[in-house]
Design a protein around this ligand. Structure first.
Ligand SMILES: Cc1cc2nc3c(=O)[nH]c(=O)nc-3n(C[C@H](O)[C@H](O)[C@H](O)COP(=O)(O)OP(=O)(O)OC[C@H]3O[C@@H](n4cnc5c(N)ncnc54)[C@H](O)[C@@H]3O)c2cc1C
Length: 369
């Protein structure tokens, strides 16, 4: 078996690395600086590398996309955003020509930032239980309800969201998919502060929010099927293994320069175990990209990569906080931050239990229930 990148892929990696070396992202940049840097990436076509050329992309392969993500992560640039990774590909499949013309160029240029409004207080793993209502009124829908855990809503210009349009229908068949301008009257964003003190996600409240009917994606009441496409695009990332790899490298450096009182043999074995695990996780993520590149649709394979690499991030963080001893418990310490931050890994984008259900039923063919 040959796991090497091709010469063309190595050349591509070199070009991306040179770009980030020449134009590094702003360190600790505020919202305006980050938006400006995003536009710089957009101008070069780096944001939508993998999109087809007809939609402003460069038609890059999935492996090139993974390479780009690896290099941008090492450079400290922001990860992909939900407009580029989720909404754009969804509109290519299900959007009208007008929706594609209006939104795709502004996602590609980095001008407009999107967030994802799916989860609700009573609808996460069981997303189809969502209760936010959209009622038809002339040429508009009127939306009332609440979303929760909406990443980046406080910094987003638009939200793509699900709302119930037919409360009488079976739950999967009464949902529609909407594109909503966050500046529309009646939308209120409230921060949810994480364990670490960071502000990543929010609650979003909708009170009589009027959305033009032309902003519905796909047929009325058929939004569930649009949303499942969106979620498939969400599950194929390599970011988790990059985080685990970065944290492990930091731990190796700290530990190997006398940072802990542990016995050398204990240290060697723990580090070796984690390094093997990181490399396994990397191959699982590469396999997903490789399958996509071949036109195959990864499902339990994407779940395996997601589940393994989320657990892995927590494993690395757990070892780090333990070997750091008491200083690692201090709230401001890097190890404590990473430990607290890693809790979310096995919840977002489908919990560990849901991924295991998918692997067991679709991968192993076991019966449901
Ligand atoms: C970092 C992060 C970012 C997020 N960003 C967004 C976002 O931008 N937009 C958005 O819409 N949502 C977002 N979410 C929400 C996320 O999608 C939900 O948290 C997730 O789907 C789980 O739903 P829940 O929190 O309601 O938990 P629940 O679904 O209530 O689950 C509670 C527990 O029950 C278990 N469980 C549930 N059903 C089953 C089952 N069938 N079999 C076995 N166990 C089960 C779960 O695994 C979990 O342990 C984010 C979450 C996180 C952590």
């Amino acid at each position: 078996m040959e796991f090497e990148f091709s010469q063309a892929e190595r050349d591509f990696r070199g070009r991306v690395r040179d770009f980030f070396a020449g134009q590094p992202p702003p360190e600790h940049g505020d919202r305006t600086q980050r938006a400006a840097y995003r536009r710089t990436l957009g101008e070069r076509g780096w944001l939508t590398l993998h999109w087809p050329e007809e939609y402003g992309g460069q038609g890059a392969s999935h492996i090139q996309q993974v390479i780009f993500k690896e290099e941008s992560f090492h450079a400290g640039a922001e990860g992909g955003n939900s407009g580029v990774n989720m909404l754009g590909p969804t509109l290519m499949l299900h959007g009208t020509d007008e929706q594609r013309r209006e939104h795709l160029p502004r996602i590609a240029s980095g001008e407009v930032q999107w967030c994802q409004g799916f989860s609700e207080p009573g609808a996460g793993s069981d997303l189809a239980a969502l209760q936010t209502r959209a009622t038809r009124d002339g040429d508009d829908y009127v939306i009332n309800g609440q979303k929760i855990w909406t990443s980046g809503a406080h910094e987003s210009d638009w939200i793509f969201m699900l709302a119930r349009t037919d409360p009488e229908a079976p739950k999967h068949r009464g949902i529609s998919f909407f594109l909503v301008d966050m500046a529309t009257p009646g939308i209120q964003v409230q921060p949810l502060i994480q364990l670490t003190g960071a502000h990543g996600f929010n609650q979003v409240f909708f009170e009589d929010v009027r959305v033009p009917a032309r902003n519905r994606v796909g047929d009325e009441h058929r939004g569930w099927y649009v949303a499942t496409t969106t979620l498939d695009f969400e599950r194929s990332g390599i970011e988790r293994v990059l985080v685990a790899d970065r944290d492990l490298r930091r731990l190796e450096t700290w530990w190997c320069t006398g940072g802990s009182a542990h016995q050398p043999a204990t240290r060697r074995h723990l580090l070796a175990d984690l390094r093997v695990a990181v490399e396994v996780g990397r191959l699982l993520a590469y396999r997903v990209a490789w399958m996509q590149g071949r036109g195959l649709a990864p499902n339990y394979e994407a779940s395996m990569a997601k589940m393994y690499n989320s657990d892995l991030g927590q494993r690395v963080a757990n070892v780090a906080v333990n070997v750091c001893g008491l200083p690692g418990q201090v709230r401001s310490a890097a190890a404590a931050f990473r430990y607290m931050d890693s809790v979310r890994l096995t919840i977002g984008q489908g919990t560990g239990e849901i991924q295991r259900n998918i692997i067991a039923t679709r991968g192993l063919g076991l019966a449901r229930g």
